[in-house]
Structure formats: structure tokens, C-alpha cells
Design a protein around this ligand. Structure first.
Ligand code: ADP
Ligand code: MG
Length: 456
């Protein structure tokens, strides 16, 4: 090493130290090694190509002005990049190449096991109003891990709503699109256990290496860090190391970060510094879409009304929703029977303990309405426009909306394949008529009563 280079660079560092934040200094300037001064050119060695690009993008002017100040003769700076596995450095966002990683000198490190389940992809994740924002944020991150201001991304929401799925989808997509090379998925429980083991086995260095050596770290269910102080401390350092080198962190939690008790304040404030996206329970339409997606994935034909029936009755949780479909299939193949509403009722009785013996069906309503209003069931379903038929039909539609959990679409389908807007119109007409026609009001009341008692 050249003495004059060492001296010169030392003077530069003294100035730089006072001009940039400590962490920046530690991360980006301390690792630089002076090599030599030749013909008014100071050559320094940087640990990697990314490192070089990052410096060029962010500190070119600073370095130029510092060098000018120190040498007063406009000395130039040149870089020499070393390619060694040990010194492989962070891939900061701005230094990230636009092209996918193509291998080569900086890509020699062995692929780590990511612990990802390949089933959890964006393609398999059904979008709904309940998860739209979280999904969009997740997608943005998968496209440029560490390259957005969403760092960390915290996805939170209740049990079985798709947090793990979404977190893993980020990992899978990043690897598939090569926006990240090293992805690691873990749960906070696993992290805790491994940390404890590493202490026991004197392997804490290996432990922290493993977690700091990634481009994208996904940590599931961080609520399990609550009250585990030394693990939190360890995680805090891991978090900082990754964050400061522009690596992406994605966390999931079963509650909002601000509601995590038993967490160190500094860790919480880190969690809150990025983007927080919640997932809410899915609405009926989304639940149906999820079931349709699952059925399709498994290559099974199953009636829309049955899917809707399941979706209408399992409201809180996608995992249960999935479970009900699987059970329904199992039951159908075990008992060698078709998948029917009755079988679905049986499944629901078993899974959520709900009894459906008194569930009103569209058929019951059409039947009883026809009976009371003096028209046949086939007339109700048919195309006839006679006034009393049309009225009975509208009343039956109205009652279907009132007494069943079927969607307007399904109701329409059961009325000779009519459109859902026809059902909407019928309900509106009956609402209006009932407001001024007490005879109709009473008639509808008695139809309802009759349907209800027929259920017992
Ligand atoms: P969490 O981690 O929030 O408890 P998971 O991610 O484990 O929930 O989701 C539970 C199950 O529901 C998984 O099998 C997942 O694939 C599925 N799931 C959840 N949300 C969706 C969705 N929007 N589209 C498709 N499947 C979903
Ligand atoms: Mg989960």
C-alpha cells in the first residue's frame, strides 16, 4: 500500500466523517481502501461492483469536493473493484442493476434455501377489496425489493386471511423474476429458536450471518417476538444491518404494529417507518371468487350455488373456507355421492357446528309464494307476463333476498336464468308497493310465516 495514498485518503475520511451520518460512513466509506497515487490519480479499492455503483450514484460529488479540498489540485479518483465472496456487499436500491441478475463474478455465492412454498404465488392469490392494498404493495416490492420506500413492509391482519401467502408470494416472485438472489423466509418463532440454539452452541456469528446475508428477508408472525427481549435485540440488529444496506424486509403480524405490546420501542418505530398494509376479512364476492379459484386449481367442477352457500356461511377466514371445500370433496368421494347443497350442509354442520336444518331454500320460497298467491311454481320461474304471475314472481324474488343468503346473481339464476338487475328491480318494486299497500304487506308477512314454520 502506498503511503501517500493512505495519508491522502485518511484526510479525506476525516472530512467525510463530519459530512455524512455515522451509518453511511460505516457502510460506504470505511470499507474503502486506498491503493496508490499515480499521476494525480488516487486509486481506491471497493469491495464490489454494486458498491462502486452506489458510491458513484450517491457520493460522487462529495468525494470530488473533498478530494479537491485536501489536495487543492483537482486530483482524480479511480476505483478498483475486488470480486471476492467474503467481501460481497449489499445491493443497495440505486445500485441495483436494471437487468435481472445474470450471474458472473458477483453471483458466485451458493443459492440459499429460501424456505418458500411454491404454491404461494400472486397468481394463486385472489384479489378483493379486503386485500387490494396489501397485494399491490407486495407486488411493488417483489418487482424491486429494497428499491421502494416500502421498507419494511408490514402486512397485518387476522388469522387465515392470507398474510403468509402474500409474504411468500413476494419471495417466490422475486426469485422467479430475479429481482432478488437471496431470499429467506422464516417465522419469528423459528428465528427465536435458532437464536437460542446458536447461543447454546456458540454459533451466534453464523446465526447472524445467515440472516444478514440476504436481499430479501421475510419474517412471519412477528407478534411472537413479544416479551422476548434478547431475541428482539438480535432481530433489531439484523433489521438494521439489512435496512442500512438497502435490503428488503417484509414482516407479518396478526395485529397492527402499534398494538404490539411487549415490544421494544425502537423496534416498533422501525416497523412503523415503512409501509403498513392490512388485510381484512374477505367479503362474500371475494370468498366466492377464492372458492372458485381453489376448485379450478384442483380441477373440480362444482356448482356456483354450492360455492356460494359455503362462502355465505364461512365468513371469517380463508383457511376455513378452503378447509370446507376439501372436506366437501373428501366426503363426496368417500360416500360416492354427488356434491350437493345437502352434502355442503353436512360439511358445515361438522366444521362450524352450524345447523342448517332450518335453512330456507329458494325452492321453498317459490313454492310457498306460489301456493299463497295462487300461481304455480313453473309460472313463477317461467316467462309469463300476466299481472298476478309477475307480482308473485317479484314477491318471491323479494323474499329470496330477504330470507336466504344467496346472491342476487344466484337468485336470478333460479328464476329461469334472469339477470341480477331483474332481481334488484323486483325488490325495489315490492319495497315501494309494501310501503303503500297494507294488503300486500300482510300477504307477504303470512307467506314468510308459512315458510318459517315449514322449516321445523
Ligand atoms: P395467515 O398467514 O394470514 O394466517 P395464510 O396466508 O396462511 O393466512 O392463508 C390461509 C390459507 O388461505 C392459505 O392456504 C392461503 O393460500 C389461502 N388464502 C388466503 N387468502 C387468499 C386469497 N386472497 N386468495 C387465495 N387464497 C388465499
Ligand atoms: Mg400465517
Amino acid at each position: 500500500m502506498d503511503q501517500s495514498a493512505t495519508k491522502l485518503w485518511g484526510e479525506c475520511l476525516d472530512i467525510i466523517k463530519n459530512r455524512v451520518p455515522d451509518q453511511t460512513y460505516e457502510t460506504w466509506f470505511k470499507p474503502i481502501k486506498p491503493v496508490h497515487v499515480v499521476e494525480e490519480k488516487l486509486t481506491v479499492e471497493v469491495p464490489s461492483q454494486f458498491f462502486y455503483e452506489w458510491i458513484e450514484n450517491h457520493y460522487k460529488e462529495l468525494l470530488g469536493s473533498v478530494l479537491k479540498q485536501v489536495t487543492s489540485n483537482g486530483m482524480k479518483l479511480a476505483y478498483s473493484v475486488v470480486f471476492s465472496e467474503e467481501s460481497e456487499t449489499p445491493v443497495p436500491p440505486a445500485a441495483r442493476p436494471k437487468q435481472p441478475y445474470s450471474g458472473g463474478a458477483t453471483n458466485r455465492r451458493q443459492q440459499v434455501d429460501s424456505y418458500l412454498n411454491e404454491r404461494y404465488t400472486f397468481e394463486n392469490f385472489v384479489q378483493g377489496d379486503n386485500n387490494e392494498f396489501a397485494r399491490a404493495a407486495a407486488l411493488a416490492i417483489a418487482e424491486a425489493p429494497g428499491g421502494t420506500s416500502f421498507n419494511p413492509l408490514v402486512i397485518y391482519g387476522g388469522v387465515g386471511l392470507g398474510k403468509t401467502h402474500l409474504a411468500q408470494a413476494i419471495g417466490n416472485k422475486s426469485l422467479a423474476d430475479r429481482t432478488a438472489r437471496r431470499v429467506l423466509y422464516t417465522s419469528s418463532e423459528k428465528f427465536t429458536l435458532e437464536f437460542i440454539n446458536s447461543i447454546k452452541n456458540n454459533k451466534t456469528t453464523e446465526f447472524s450471518e445467515q440472516y444478514r446475508n440476504v436481499d430479501l428477508l421475510l419474517v412471519d408472525d412477528v407478534q411472537f417476538f413479544q416479551k422476548k427481549e434478547s431475541t428482539q435485540e438480535q432481530f433489531f440488529h439484523t433489521f438494521n444491518a439489512l435496512y442500512q444496506s438497502g435490503k428488503q424486509i417484509v414482516l407479518t403480524s396478526d395485529r397492527a404494529p402499534k398494538e404490539l405490546s411487549g415490544m421494544e420501542e425502537r423496534l416498533l418505530s422501525r416497523f412503523q417507518a415503512g409501509l403498513i398494509a392490512d388485510i381484512q376479512p374477505p367479503d362474500l364476492e371475494t370468498r366466492i371468487a377464492i372458492l372458485q379459484h381453489k376448485a379450478q386449481e384442483d380441477g373440480i367442477e362444482i356448482g356456483y350455488d354450492i360455492l356460494e352457500f359455503l362462502a355465505a356461511n364461512i365468513t371469517s377466514n380463508v383457511r376455513e373456507l378452503e378447509g370446507s371445500l376439501i372436506r366437501l370433496l373428501a366426503l363426496s368421494s368417500l360416500s360416492n355421492t354427488d356434491i350437493t347443497i345437502d352434502l355442503a350442509k353436512k360439511v358445515l354442520r361438522e366444521t362450524i357446528g352450524k345447523s342448517f336444518s332450518n335453512t330456507v331454500s329458494i325452492d321453498d320460497i317459490q313454492n310457498t309464494t306460489g301456493e299463497v298467491m295462487g300461481v304455480t311454481e313453473s309460472e313463477i320461474i317461467g316467462k309469463g307476463r300476466k299481472m298476478e304471475v309477475a307480482l308473485a314472481r317479484q314477491v318471491a324474488m323479494y323474499l329470496c333476498r330477504d330470507m336466504t343468503s344467496s346472491s342476487l346473481k344466484t337468485i336470478g339464476l333460479h328464476f329461469g336464468g334472469r339477470d341480477h338487475s331483474t332481481v334488484v328491480h323486483a325488490c325495489k318494486v315490492i319495497d315501494e308497493k309494501m310501503a303503500e299497500d297494507s294488503a300486500l304487506r300482510n300477504q307477504i308477512k303470512s307467506i314468510k310465516h308459512k315458510i318459517e314454520i315449514s322449516q321445523f
